[in-house]
Design a protein around this ligand. Structure first.
Ligand code: 6PG
Length: 257
C-alpha cells in the first residue's frame, strides 16, 4: 500500500522539533486562511502529543504571528469530565495556551460536559452549523484539523470497531471508550473527510507499529485510513521514534534534520 496521493510524511528528530513544525504549519495555515476567507477555523485534539505545540503557540513568533482575533477554535473530541479535570482536553488547552492569548471569547468553542452525551453532541453540531452558516455554502470545511493516533489505531475518539466509525451523517457523536475510559464527544468521519488540511502529530516508539500499519497496510482498515479528504491535504508529522519502522522508500517521505 502507498499512502494517498494527497498525503506527506514529515519526520523530525524529536518532540520539540515536532512541536515547532506543527506550530509553523498552524501559523502558515492560519495566515493563508484569513487571507482567503477572513477567518481561520481549526479543530485541535487532546492527549499528550499536541501539548508541546500548544505551549509553543502561546510564545513568539506564534503569539503575534497567528491572527488569533480571526481564529475560531473547535475541538476534535472531548472527554466529558469537568474542565478542571486533568483529562479535560479543553482544560489542558486553556492551561497550555488559551489563558495566555487574547482570543475573543466567542471564537473559542469547547465541547460541553454539562449535558447528557447525546444532547451535548446535538448542541455541538448546532454550534458547528451556526459557525459554518457564515460561509456561502455552509459546508463544514475546517481549514485545519490536528489529530493524534492511539496505539490501537484510533484517532479523535473514533475507535476501531466502534459504531462511531460507522457514522455517515452526524457531524458529532457521543462514544464511551479510550484511555481514560469515559463518555466522550467526537467529530465524525464525514466532517473529518471534508477538511482542507489534516495534520497527524505522532510521537514515540510505542506508536511505531501502528504508524507502519496505517501507512503501509491497507487491510488494517483503521479509522485514520478512512479519512482521505477529497479536496484536502494529509500531513503526517512524526518524530523519528514513531517513524522507526517505516520503509525509507515510502513516497512523499521527507526527513527534516
Ligand atoms: C483524546 C485524543 C486522542 C489522542 C490519542 C493520542 O482525547 O484522547 O484526542 O485521539 O489524540 O489518544 O493520544 P496521545 O497523544 O496522548 O498519545
Amino acid at each position: 500500500m502507498t499512502p494517498p496521493q494527497n498525503s506527506r510524511i514529515i519526520v523530525t528528530d524529536g518532540i520539540e522539533r515536532l512541536a515547532m513544525e506543527g506550530a509553523d504549519l498552524f501559523q502558515r495555515t492560519a495566515v493563508a486562511s484569513v487571507a482567503r476567507t477572513g477567518l481561520f477555523t481549526v479543530a485541535v485534539s487532546g492527549g499528550s502529543t499536541p501539548r508541546p505545540m500548544h505551549r509553543l503557540l502561546a510564545e513568539d513568533p506564534y503569539r503575534t504571528g497567528v491572527p488569533w482575533q480571526f481564529t475560531h477554535l473547535f475541538w476534535v473530541d472531548e472527554r466529558l469530565v469537568p474542565v478542571t479535570d486533568p483529562d479535560s482536553n479543553f482544560g489542558s488547552a486553556e492551561r497550555d495556551f488559551l489563558n495566555q492569548l487574547t482570543i475573543p471569547a466567542g471564537n473559542i468553542h469547547p465541547m460541553s460536559s454539562r449535558k447528557p452525551p447525546p444532547a451535548a453532541a446535538d448542541d455541538y453540531e448546532h454550534e458547528l452549523r451556526r459557525h459554518f452558516s457564515r460561509f456561502s455554502n455552509a459546508e463544514p470545511v475546517f481549514d485545519l484539523i490536528v489529530l493524534g493516533v492511539g496505539t490501537d489505531g484510533h484517532t479523535a475518539s473514533i475507535f476501531p470497531g466502534d459504531r462511531s466509525a460507522e457514522e455517515t451523517t452526524r457531524w458529532v457523536t457521543a462514544v464511551r471508550g479510550g484511555t481514560p475510559y469515559v463518555e466522550r464527544l467526537t467529530l465524525t468521519l464525514p466532517i473529518l473527510n471534508r477538511a482542507r488540511c489534516l495534520v497527524y502529530l505522532v510521537s514515540g516508539s510505542e506508536k511505531a507499529v501502528v504508524v507502519r500499519s496505517l501507512l503501509t497496510d491497507a487491510s488494517a482498515q483503521l479509522p485514520p485510513q478512512r479519512i482521505v479528504p477529497q479536496h484536502g491535504d494529509i500531513i503526517w508529522l512524526l518524530d523519528a521514534a514513531a517513524a522507526e519502522l517505516l520503509p525509507q522508500d515510502l513516497p512523499r517521505f521527507i526527513r527534516k534534520e
